[in-house]
Design a protein around this ligand. Structure first.
Ligand code: HEM
Length: 192
């Protein structure tokens, strides 16, 4: 009960996020090694499609669509957003020519982290801190003593709540930047 929030919840979360970075670096490395950098250029398209697909959950949640199991759609949202983001990250690769797409990528990164905090950590962590409070209450600690004992975990929890709140505004910023990048590329390719 008294183990830190960090070790029980945040560390596994960090590992999964690290996996996203590892997949990105490995993917980009393999494409460069095989001389297939052009494939990475086109990975932006399926990546974007997957991210757009992940929004089905948001439509279901806000009742714009009424069919589909919300729990399954939430799992699908997490998976497709993660996979789409890793494709977009490989697509971004190690090329630096333009600011706009990098701003979009930065916003996407914050989006992924905030989403993961909300979906993976917040509920479990809330229960963790609540469990600790109950544990100390049962041991007869006074209210200030209980708050003192859970202080750092409560601070961590508070910071995580803020991350959760950033998810939708940062998604909007990400969309605007990504659309700007995509339109400029499509103009360049004379696709529009
Ligand atoms: C339909 C989807 C997309 C297409 C067709 C596309 C296409 C491209 C192309 C052709 C380039 C190469 C530009 C160059 O060599 O100068 C590029 C670069 C890049 N794209 Fe995309 N992209 C898409 C989606 C995205 C998204 C959603 C993001 C980020 C969230 C993104 C981030 C980047 C980044 C960071 C670069 C590297 C920019 C640089 O060289 O400085 N792309 N994209």
């Amino acid at each position: 009960m008294t183990t830190s929030l960090w070790r029980q919840h945040i560390l596994p979360f960090t590992v999964i996020l690290g996996l996203l970075a590892a997949v990105t670096v490995a993917g980009d490395f393999v494409l460069h090694r095989l001389g297939l950098v052009w494939v990475g250029r086109y990975l932006g398209i399926p990546g974007t499609i997957l991210i757009i697909g992940s929004l089905i959950y948001s439509l279901r949640k806000r009742k714009f669509i009424t069919s589909g199991n919300p729990k399954t759609l939430l799992q699908l949202h997490e998976f497709t957003a993660w996979l789409g983001s890793s494709m977009v990250l490989i697509h971004a690769g190690i090329h630096f020519n333009a600011i706009l797409p990098w701003l979009a990528t930065f916003a996407m990164g914050i989006n992924v982290v905030s989403g993961m905090v909300g979906k993976m950590l917040l509920d479990r962590s809330r229960r963790h801190v609540q469990g600790q409070r109950e544990h100390y209450n049962l041991r007869g600690l006074s209210r200030p003593e209980v708050e003192q004992a859970v202080f750092w975990n409560a601070v961590t929890l508070d910071a995580m709540t803020k991350w959760r709140k950033v998810h939708i505004p940062i998604f909007i910023a990400f969309s605007v930047l990504a659309v700007g990048h995509i339109i400029s590329i499509f103009l360049f390719w004379a696709w529009i």
